[in-house]
Design a protein around this ligand. Structure first.
Ligand SMILES: Cc1cc2nc3c(=O)[nH]c(=O)nc-3n(C[C@H](O)[C@H](O)[C@H](O)COP(=O)(O)O)c2cc1C
Length: 200
């Protein structure tokens, strides 16, 4: 059942993707967007799922690519390197939309992609990569003002910086509505886009 208060995509499969792309584009630009923080799932070496929040830095509609920054020494970096198929999740309460995305990730380290990102980054953001210990390494106690303390003015944290570009191969869209939820699937895994409504 539909009514005139529903958005255009409520009953129109072709209207869904443009709104999903708008949400991700907005998420990259606007810190206050619910889509600014995404949730990334990887598989560990022992086959256990692992998830965590990431900041959406950029989204390219044409290539369906989500870009985020990370530390090259992190657990997720190793997991992506080992198994480049990752899942990314996002939900907006205000938009009443959930996006579940299966992606193939490309890991960039000390290359033209990381170089370009590094040059445009704020100093504050670069500080995150100055830590001597690898992220997740056990330490006896947290050091006060660790980020500043590690900055000896000479260390070059660029080597610790990585960029991940995750291309969406499959996207499942869920829209919540009191008039009846809507669920749809978009799949690029076999070349041509395949799309269908799904039972909720
Ligand atoms: C709101 C928020 C945003 C975050 N953004 C990032 C990010 O963009 N990149 C990143 O590597 N970690 C980010 N983190 C930290 C990760 O969620 C995670 O705790 C950390 O990277 C270690 O993950 P790993 O051990 O699985 O590699 C963020 C955490 C929060 C709470």
């Amino acid at each position: 059942m539909s009514n005139r208060l529903q958005p255009p995509h409520y009953n129109d499969l072709d209207a869904i993707l443009p709104t999903a792309w708008d949400l991700l584009t907005q998420g990259a630009r606007d810190r206050t967007s619910d889509f600014h923080i995404l949730h990334l799932a990887t598989i560990s070496a022992d086959g256990i799922p692992n998830n965590r929040s990431i900041v959406l830095q950029d989204f390219d509609v044409q290539s369906r690519t989500i870009l985020f920054h990370t530390d090259s020494r992190s657990e997720k970096a190793a997991e992506i390197f080992e198994r480049p198929h990752v899942a990314i999740h996002a939900y907006s309460r205000s938009e009443k939309v959930q996006l579940r995305m299966q992606c193939r990730a490309n890991f960039h380290h000390c290359d033209v992609v990381t170089g370009a990102a590094w040059r445009t980054m704020h100093d504050m953001s670069r500080q995150c990569y100055k830590q001597v210990e690898a992220p997740g390494a056990p330490i006896p106690a947290p050091s006060p003002g660790a980020l500043q303390a590690e900055d000896d003015g000479e260390s070059q944290p660029y080597e610790n910086f990585a960029v991940v570009m995750a291309t969406i191969q499959k996207l499942e869209w869920l829209y919540l509505s009191a008039a009846g939820h809507r669920r749809a699937l978009f799949d690029w895994r076999h070349g041509e886009l395949q799309k269908t409504w799904l039972a909720v």
